[in-house]
Each structure stands twice: as structure tokens, then as C-alpha cells.
Design a protein around this ligand. Structure first.
Ligand code: IVH
Length: 671
């Protein structure tokens, strides 16, 4: 019974590993994390170790990599591309070093330590100094011909820099994608509606194994060389240290982080040092590699089951881990953007405890459908904020419900404005605590109320000291409030209060811009001011009327309407006016016969196109709007007028037909 269970488990593990290895290596589209794969693999290794009768020649444990895909011509490596034995702990490192010392009969061994890049192993063949072939590792014996693609890698020399290059040189190295290149590539993928790559390794593999080398060329791939297969002709370097220096001299890129270290302690020091600096590296690494330095010692040690006894990979703890979602919080940023954040059962990810992970925005949250109670995969890439990679769906608790994004700001209770699901923003800009500093900085900025001397540092002190809660409080500040603050003498305090006083006289466009209404920049503020001419008219306009304003679409109209419907915002505006903030009345545009009139066109016109009619009306000074409101001056109705004519009747707005329009236009000045 026990036997059957063990052999069934081994078969199951083999099938699973085969499947996931195909997804990872051949399709570049993994379904599970590297850490999960490693766990399954370790389980099978352990099972086969305990029960050697269960081992099979076709087990994934007996093979170095996956089979090459048929799309690229097979290449047989002159020397097999070996794999590395892994060590996961200090104890395993000590064991590795002990075995090496015992075999060599030394007290202390000199190693070369190198970063272990997370990319794709390649073998580059140079004949007479010219790059003739590049191949992937494949199964270690036979790889795929990726010469055309590798030739597109800028850092890969097509000709070695030597007057007398080795007759044949097969260099081994890693093709990788730096972090920033990975981010750019994924942004571009997303922009084209493509699927983003799960990690830089897959992105590098996917880029290198492009059938069209022109696509590879667009990808910012890079290369580091760390070894050789065949070296014929000329003096072969006698140590790893000399080999790397020689490769570098030949013009090949070699990682500058490599170091010669002494014994177990030297290895461990290097591992810890690089681990601390890992996030600052421009590329991802998943561990370090130790190699016995002297080549003759490497020969003495030899290899077992396709990995050398003279080298080991010391892996960093997984940068991905699985944990549970306790809660989903919504944080409000300084600009009012709402970010969903998952609060997690704390878990170590890449050696750092993680208890929060960002879900970026409502869309990201909805796409991943993360729910309270879910098991999720958490990832930490470099120094960025940890993020949730995905949900372990087959373990979702039955009670888990989709998260409902709040429609009110969790900080100030104001309504939330959604812009096509991507950004959610709090509409309480003038009152929301989370946004205070930013709101006040914006209010005082040059293109807004232009209050000179009210810089970041001062705003920070005013807000943190409780002197200013809303922008209206600025006008209550006295010299004595300011003097005594950091970097504020009597003189500067006087200057600032004078600048504040001066800013009371402004213009309507500046004032509207200063309010920091979501979606309303300088240009929109100006258009709104010209259209409505008064703050009061703007504040009472409904979304429908707002969309009648040129360049104001439904999203902007919604943001404006919500902003002004928020009582707190209205209170602050009233306080500003009470404090004496004012602007000269705007002159209505004048000149044309229809100047200041709002006209709406509807139905089909016979003698002219809609565009011609619009242009003609505008020449007369009219404002042509797309929807009817009580303030519409008249509606021009052609054939089959529809709902706009209905609305006009409802509001008692006069309707004229095409003939009537002609009569007006005939009076137009010739242009
Ligand atoms: S040496 C006989 N050095 O790790 C030595 N490998 O797990 C064979 N790798 O296939 C490899 N950085 O893809 C070596 N500095 C480094 C490496 C490195 C990354 C990869 C390489 C190799 C795999 C073995």
C-alpha cells in the first residue's frame, strides 16, 4: 500500500514537473512560481533518493534543461553545458567547501565568487575571432541556434578584440534583461494589448527565442560571460580569475562584481554583501556562484551527474512567497489618488518580512480579483513595493467575496471620482487630510494664486503645526504665526503674509485652477471661466450643461460636478470669498451679432453641413453647444430634429428652422 502511494506520487510529480518545465522553458509562460517549482522538484529528488527503485531515466531530475523547440535548428555543443549544484543554507555551503577541501587535501581553497544572473544560458562560438554561432543550452548537449538573435545584442562582440585570437573559442554566458529594460518592455506589451512577461528571465528567453531577429533587436538584452567550453589555439588561462580577465581582454562583457575569495568564510561574506546590495543592481540575480579558482584543481575534482564538483550555486531566499490576505485597505495619496493595499499575514520574501502589498489601482484589483481570505503569491522585485502576482484560485475559501471598491474617501468621506477604472480620486481636495500639503502647495503655485515664499518646507510646517487646515486658513495667518518657524525670520514672515494678502486679487481662471479640481488643468479652467463667466454659474451647472463646454467630456464634467456638490469644498470656497479672494468680472465676449448667445444645432440641414453652420454661427459670435439647457438662447432644428428639440420645448427655448438660420447668416459680415 505504502509502496503504491510513493510510486503514484513520483509519477504525479514527474508529470507535473514535465508540464511546468515545458511552460517555463519552451513556452516562456509559467503557471507557477519558481519557488513552487523548486519545492515540487525537491520533493521528487528526495523521493527518488529514499526509493532508488522509483528513479526513471526520463525523470526531470535526470535532465539538465528542457528539450529545444523545433523552431530553431539544433546545435550540438562542442563541450556539454553543465548545470550547477545548489546550496540553500550556510550548512550546505560548509558541506560543499568541506568536500572540496577533502578531495584536494587542502586546508583552505581559493574560489572565485560571481553573481548568479537570472537569465538564459548561451554558448557563443568564435572561430578565428569571429562569432559564427550562438546557441541556447537546451538539454545541455544540444541547444538551439539563436545566432541571428544573439547578434542583435549590443554588448555581444561579433569579432574578438585580439590580433591573434584563439582558433576556436566557445564562450559560456548569460543573456539577461536589465530591470529597467524589463519594465519598459512590459509597458510596451501592455500598450499594444499584449500579455506582460512574468519576470525578466522569461522576458529574456522570449526575446531571444523570437523567430524574427528584428523583434529581438528591439529588446534591450544584455550579456555577461562566465566560462568557456572549448578553447583551442593559444595559451588557455590556468584559473577562473585569469579566464575572466582574458575574456574581458577579448572584448567580452564580464561581470565586474566577480571576486576572488578565501574559503568558506570568504564565500559567505561575498554572499551576504551581494545579498544586501541585490536590490541596487541593475539586473536580477537569484544567488551567487562559487568556483574553485585553479583549473587543474577543477580537473582533479571532475563532475557528477552533469554538474561540476568544483562549483556550486548559493541561492538567495525566494523573492516570491505565498501568504493570506487579511484585509484590503484603501490608502489616499497626497494627490488624492486611492490605492488599494492588501494587508497580509507577514511572510518572508527574499529575506525581508512583507505584510503589505500594493494592488496599484481599482483596475488592478479587479483584474487580479484579490479577495479577503485568499491565498496569494507575493513578489518583491528589487527595492520596489511588494506586489501580488496572483491568487491561488484552487484554494479560495468558499466565503471569499469580490472586493467592493469604496465610493467615498476613507480619509475624509468625500465622494470618489473614477476615471475609467484606472485611477480613483478623492473629490474632497480642499478638505481631505491626506491631501493637505499638496493642495496648499498647488493653491499657492505660480500658475494658481502665485503666493511667493510659500514653499514646501513652510507648507509642511504650517500643516504639521496645525496652523493651516484648508487653503482658506492661509488668509488668517499673522506675521507672529510665521516668525519663529524654521528658516523664518520677522522679515520673511512679513514678506509671506504680504504675498498672501496680494494674492486675494486674482482672476477666475487662476482661482478655478487653484482649487485643484480633479481633471481640471489650466486650460480647462480657462475654458470654464470663459463659458460660465461666473463662479456661481459654474457651481450650479449639472453634468449635462458641463459637457456642453468645449473640450469637456463626460469624465471631466463628472469630476467638476462631484467636486462642487461636495459641501466641504463649497464651505472652503465660501470661506475664501469671505476672506476677500476676488477677481474682476469677466467681460462677455462681444463683437458679433450673436455674441454671447448659446446656440444648439439639431437635425439635418439641407443647404449646408452641420460644420458649415457651426462655423458661420461662431463667426457671428455665438457659442455652439451640443446640448440644450435652460440657458440655451435658441435651437436650430433641421429635418428629423429628435430629442434636442423636445428639450428645447420643455425649457421654453425658441426654435428656428433652416430658413430662420439663413436669415441670420445673411446678416453676417462677409469673411
Ligand atoms: S557557471 C559549470 N556562472 O546558472 C558551470 N552559471 O544553474 C556552469 N548562471 O546554466 C555554469 N550565472 O544559466 C555559471 N556566474 C555564473 C552564472 C551561471 C548564472 C546560470 C547558467 C547556468 C545555471 C546553472
Amino acid at each position: 500500500m505504502m509502496e503504491d502511494a510513493a510510486s503514484a506520487r513520483a509519477a504525479k510529480l514527474r508529470a507535473l514537473l514535465e508540464h511546468h518545465s515545458h511552460r517555463y522553458y519552451v513556452l516562456d509562460d509559467p503557471e507557477i512560481s519558481d519557488a513552487e517549482y523548486d519545492r515540487l522538484f525537491a520533493e521528487l529528488v528526495e523521493l527518488e533518493r529514499k526509493r532508488p527503485d522509483l528513479a526513471r531515466p526520463d525523470s526531470p531530475t535526470q535532465r539538465v534543461g528542457a528539450r529545444p523547440s523545433a523552431a530553431f535548428a539544433p546545435v550540438v555543443h562542442a563541450q556539454p553545458m553543465l548545470s550547477l549544484a545548489n546550496v540553500f543554507s550556510e550548512q550546505e555551503l560548509a558541506d560543499f567547501d568541506r568536500r572540496v577541501r577533502e578531495r584536494l587535501g587542502h586546508d583552505e581553497v581559493i574560489y572565485v565568487a560571481e553573481p548568479k544572473l537570472d537569465g538564459l544560458a548561451v554558448s557563443l562560438r568564435y572561430e578565428g575571432g569571429l562569432l559564427v554561432r550562438a546557441a541556447t543550452r537546451g538539454d545541455g548537449t544540444t541547444g538551439e541556434d539563436v545566432t541571428a538573435n544573439v547578434r542583435t545584442i549590443r554588448s555581444c562582440p561579433l569579432r574578438l578584440r585580439a590580433s591573434k585570437p584563439p582558433r576556436i573559442l566557445e564562450v559560456r554566458g548569460e543573456v539577461y534583461l536589465p530591470r529597467d529594460g524589463f519594465l519598459r518592455l512590459n509597458e510596451a506589451q501592455a500598450a499594444q494589448g499584449g500579455k506582460p512577461f512574468a519576470n525578466p528571465r522569461n522576458a529574456a528567453a522570449g526575446s531571444l527565442r523570437q523567430l524574427d531577429p528584428a523583434v529581438s533587436a528591439q529588446r534591450p538584452l544584455r550579456l555577461f560571460c562566465y566560462g568557456v567550453g572549448e578553447w583551442s589555439g593559444g595559451a588557455v588561462p590556468s584559473s577562473q580569475e585569469r579566464l575572466l580577465a582574458a575574456l574581458s581582454d577579448l572584448g567580452l562583457p564580464v561581470n565586474p562584481e566577480r571576486r576572488v575569495v578565501k574559503g568558506y568564510t570568504g564565500c559567505l561574506q561575498y554572499y551576504e554583501d551581494l545579498g544586501r546590495r541585490r536590490a541596487q543592481l541593475a539586473y536580477e540575480i537569484d544567488g551567487v556562484v562559487y568556483k574553485v579558482n585553479e583549473v587543474f584543481e577543477q580537473r582533479l575534482l571532475g563532475e557528477v551527474s552533469r554538474s561540476p564538483r568544483w562549483a556550486a550555486a548559493h541561492k538567495f531566499p525566494a523573492e516570491e512567497a505565498v501568504t493570506r490576505v487579511l484585509r484590503i485597505d484603501v490608502q489616499v495619496g497626497r494627490t488624492g489618488a486611492l490605492t488599494p493595499v492588501a494587508v497580509l499575514v507577514a511572510v518572508a520574501v527574499g529575506g525581508v518580512m512583507v505584510s503589505h502589498a500594493t494592488l496599484h489601482n481599482p483596475d488592478g484589483l479587479a483584474r487580479k480579483d484579490v479577495r479577503v481570505g485568499d491565498l496569494v503569491r507575493v513578489r518583491r522585485a528589487g527595492d520596489v513595493i511588494p506586489e501580488i502576482v496572483g491568487v491561488v484560485l484552487d484554494q479560495r475559501p468558499s466565503h471569499a467575496r469580490p472586493f467592493v471598491f469604496p465610493d467615498h474617501c476613507p480619509v475624509c468621506g468625500s465622494p470618489v471620482i473614477r476615471n475609467q477604472g484606472v485611477v480613483a480620486r478623492c473629490a474632497g481636495g480642499l478638505v481631505c487630510q491626506a491631501q493637505r500639503r499638496q493642495t496648499i502647495r498647488h493653491f499657492a503655485s505660480r500658475r494658481a494664486l502665485d503666493i511667493q515664499g510659500l514653499g514646501d518646507k513652510l507648507v509642511e510646517q504650517l500643516v504639521d503645526g496645525g496652523l493651516v487646515e484648508t487653503v482658506a486658513d492661509l488668509f488668517k495667518l499673522k506675521v507672529s504665526d510665521l516668525a519663529g518657524l524654521e528658516r523664518m525670520g520677522e522679515r520673511s514672515a512679513t514678506n509671506v503674509t504680504q504675498a498672501i494678502a496680494k494674492s486675494r486679487l486674482t482672476t477666475l481662471p487662476r482661482f478655478l485652477y487653484a482649487l485643484g479640481i480633479p481633471e481640471v488643468g489650466e486650460a480647462t479652467a480657462r475654458t470654464l471661466a470663459l463659458h460660465f463667466a461666473s463662479l456661481k454659474a459654474l457651481m450650479v451647472a449639472d453634468e449635462h450643461e458641463l459637457t456642453a463646454v468645449q473640450d469637456v467630456g463626460p469624465v471631466v464634467a463628472h469630476a467638476i460636478a462631484v467636486f462642487f456638490s461636495e459641501p466641504h469644498n463649497r464651505a472652503v470656497i465660501a470661506a475664501l470669498q469671505a476672506a476677500g479672494v476676488h477677481w474682476p468680472a469677466l467681460e462677455k465676449p462681444s463683437g458679433g451679432l450673436l455674441s454671447g448667445k448659446t446656440v444648439v444645432l439639431t437635425g439635418t440641414l439641407e443647404g449646408m453641413t452641420r460644420e458649415e453652420a457651426r462655423a458661420a454661427l461662431e463667426r457671428l459670435g455665438a457659442k455652439v453647444s451640443s446640448s440644450v439647457s435652460p440657458r440655451t438662447d435658441f435651437v436650430v432644428a433641421g429635418r428629423d430634429p429628435g430629442s434636442k428639440a423636445e428639450r428645447a420645448k420643455e425649457f421654453g427655448v425658441p426654435i428656428i428652422d433652416e430658413r430662420g438660420l439663413r436669415a441670420w447668416l445673411d446678416k453676417a459680415p462677409a469673411l
